[in-house]
Ligand binder design. Structure first.
Ligand code: G3D
Length: 185
């Protein structure tokens, strides 16, 4: 039995998924993780290193890695790529000034071999802010159609403040990952 099959088998038994949250700093990654886990989102400090949260979601256990997005620490993202099943790329849809930077970092990340099989959920966050770009507009600016055709991806508008869109996004991600790694269920 190959290593991949063994990993699949173990994961299948435990129903665990590893989810990596990434995006530019201030996009709302930590707030999303807190909100989805039903925690207080009123006081949030910037993620300087990383946070790991294990949450139960549907019948699965999600190990969510929330990695800081400041420019100086983006080069360390690669330390967290191993065995990632799902990627969540969070965009501050109101921060139009930094969308070019956001597109560059996303496409750069997707070149990574170890992430090639990961399902990709893009959260167009902060939809509650007036002037925020819609998910369709974000998809255009980020040039999402240029991604590798084999990539499973979806963009969902959300607000970590109101919670709108979060379940829709995570439901899709978890189902997409499950259909690949728990395929014998
Ligand atoms: P990060 O983990 O990606 O760095 P944070 O981002 O979760 O720390 O959020 C950065 C700031 O954006 C926080 O504000 C947070 O409250 C705010 N934020 C996150 N999501 C939303 C959203 O959906 N809508 C709005 N309006 N704000 C959001 P502060 O003021 O603490 O810097």
């Amino acid at each position: 039995m190959g290593l991949l099959s063994i990993i699949r088998k173990i994961k299948r038994k435990e129903k665990e998924m590893r989810i990596l949250m990434v995006g530019l700093d201030n996009s709302g990654k930590t707030t999303i993780v807190l909100k989805i886990n039903g925690e207080d989102t009123s006081v949030i400090s910037p993620t300087l290193g990383f946070n790991i949260k294990t949450i139960s979601y549907q019948k699965y256990t999600l190990n969510i890695w929330d990695v800081g997005g400041q420019k100086t620490i983006r080069s360390y993202w690669r330390n967290y790529f191993e065995q990632t099943d799902g990627l969540v790329w969070v965009v501050d849809s109101s921060d139009i000034r930094r969308l070019n930077d956001c597109r560059y970092e996303l496409h750069n990340l997707l070149k990574e071999e170890r992430l090639s099989g990961a399902s990709l959920l893009i959260f167009a966050n902060k939809q509650d802010i007036q002037g925020a770009l819609s998910p369709d507009e974000i998809a255009k600016v980020l040039d999402l159609d240029a991604m590798d055709k084999s990539r499973h991806w979806r963009i969902v508008g959300c607000s970590a403040f109101t919670g709108e869109g979060l379940l829709e996004g995570f439901d899709w991600l978890v189902q997409d990952v499950a259909s690949r790694i728990f395929m014998l269920d």
